[in-house]
Design a protein around this ligand. Structure first.
Ligand SMILES: Nc1ncnc2c1ncn2[C@@H]1O[C@H](COP(=O)(O)OP(=O)(O)OP(=O)(O)O)[C@@H](O)[C@H]1O
Ligand SMILES: [Mg+2]
Length: 316
């Protein structure tokens, strides 16, 4: 599998070239150097030229559905807020699962932010603390930019590859971490998210279809690195791969975990076992930190948050 994943990424570079070119030709990029420079200058804060910003944007991706992207995005955002960070969670999926996960109403928050240029105070929603943190704990406020079906129209409504980056940079003085939950279907919106992202985290099942989605996602990341360099944006950090809903007693899962760890040495997080508390928390519209703070599941969630934070600051 190690070689398989590597070979596939290599082979798929050509296949993905068309995808990337299609994305980029859609945007109003110009190849004239003066024009590129002008576009770069329009990104507020881009004067740091490749150094990046103190605020970090972490995106969860896997072009396969149902692998735990939303679950981990929600718990990463909540965990960092409980640890004292100023966090904004962006629901960039028209399914609006990250919005529903906290019992909040589906709204076109992300659409309004990116397409209608709405001010943040009109689109940000405060997540009630009892939804994400243990009772009586002292934590930071956690903010959400919600989603609804209109998120699907963003990719056909924007013509600026930096649309997401430009809006997120407005937060850089007031926010420590932005967490973006994405849809499994790649779109032009994903391209704009790649330009805005500092670090990528890949949840995966220990199953073939999920590995296929993982390969596709990693190949897309590689395609965007040279484009980012062209605009003097730092390379996207590979935050790692998180095996979710694992059943390591089955031969399939234990073999696939071995494949994965051999393919990406040092990059695979501790597997998060399949446990019913995760779905119970989803139904209760809470995180496992709020629903069952003393549970093994909450410990699994904390291990994940700690590792992501460790890798982010080690590589930043
Ligand atoms: N470790 C786990 N054990 C059991 N259930 C889990 C676990 N992690 C996530 N789930 C459940 O799996 C389902 C799918 O997870 P989630 O919605 O996070 O996936 P996703 O990748 O965001 O899906 P989509 O691609 O459709 O957005 C949810 O009902 C969630 O509660
Ligand atoms: Mg999801």
């Amino acid at each position: 599998m190690g070689r398989d994943i590597g070979t596939h990424i290599h082979l798929s570079r050509n296949c993905h070239r068309e995808y990337i070119l299609c994305c980029l030709s859609y945007y109003r990029f110009s190849k004239r150097p003066g024009c590129l420079e002008a576009i770069r200058r329009t990104i507020p804060g881009a004067e740091t030229e490749g150094k990046g910003f103190a605020m970090k944007v972490i995106t969860l991706l896997n072009e396969k559905g149902g692998v735990g992207k939303t679950t981990l995005a929600v718990h990463l955002a909540a965990g960092l807020a409980i640890r004292g960070q100023r966090v904004v969670l962006i629901d960039a999926d028209a399914q609006a699962n990250a919005t529903i996960a906290f019992g909040l109403a589906k709204e076109p928050g992300f659409y309004d932010l990116i397409v209608r240029h709405a001010p943040y105070q009109d689109v940000m929603r405060l997540i009630p603390q009892d939804r994400y943190a243990p009772q009586d704990s002292i934590v930071r406020e956690l903010m959400l930019i919600p989603s609804n079906l209109e998120t699907r129209s963003i990719s056909t409504s924007i013509s600026d590859a930096f649309a997401v980056l430009k809006r997120l940079l407005e937060l850089r003085e007031t926010v420590d971490t932005v967490v973006i939950d994405t849809s499994p279907t790649p779109s032009l919106l994903h391209s704009s998210i790649y330009m805005a992202t500092d670090a990528l985290l890949y949840p995966t099942l220990l199953e073939k279809w999920s590995f296929d989605g993982l390969r596709e996602s990693i190949a897309h990341k590689e395609q965007f690195q040279p484009i980012r360099r062209q605009y003097k944006l730092p390379d996207i950090t590979f935050l790692g791969i998180v095996p979710t809903m694992t059943r390591l007693r089955t031969l399939e899962h234990s073999d696939n975990l071995t494949y994965l760890t051999e393919s990406f040495p040092g990059q695979v997080y501790d597997p998060i076992p399949l446990r019913t508390i995760w779905t119970e928390a989803t139904s209760a519209r809470k995180t496992v930190f709020a629903l069952a703070p003393g549970s093994k599941t909450a410990t699994d969630a904390w291990n994940f948050v700690d590792r992501a934070q460790e890798v982010l600051y080690a590589k930043a």
